[in-house]
Write a protein that binds this ligand. Sequence first.
Ligand SMILES: [Zn+2]
Length: 212
Amino acid sequence: MAEQHDHEHEHDVEGAAPEAPVKVVGAEPDLTKGTARPITVFGNPVLHREVKDVTSFDGELSALIDDMFQSMYAAEGVGLAANQIGVDLKVFVYDCPDDEGVRHIGHVVNPVLEEFPKDRRRVLDDGNEGCLSVPTAYAELPRPDYAAVTGQDKDGNPVRVEGTGFFARCLQHETDHLFGFLYIDKLSKRDRKDALKQMAEGTPRYATVPNE
Ligand SMILES: [Zn+2]
């Protein structure tokens, strides 16, 4: 998923207020490992179908996760799914803030989005969303402001990751990728068309995989 892109955020960046210390949940990846790979974009078949479950928790999976972090950072994203670098496996990585200023870092293998809890008030957050695979486009998309994902870590241990606000958006966005859906597939026909027009008119600031 692309960085937050709205006026509020731009204002934050320009503001002179000193930055509060950031709480971090998760461990920063070892950036001496891995290589950035180009990003697949809308129209590439690997983005439009469900990818495969991971069944081997080995060095190859670890190396893939290293490459995914490198690729996400090179493209200045806050989340990345494996099919966004052309790999047919259910894995995503993230380094994403929530709305409380907490920075979440990690990966999930074989993620499944939990059903929204019945005892929680369903609040829709109508923030802006962007995707590294739909470069330069942004659209407003309402999503639940809470999400939880269960899956495994790179060693096959069960994990559960939950988030609120912008990070909840990220967890939903990245899980959707692995089932073949882009955020623009959830927009109205008109907004989807507009997002694709923004993409056609823009130039990504990172390497992409050309479509056939
Ligand atoms: Zn995306």
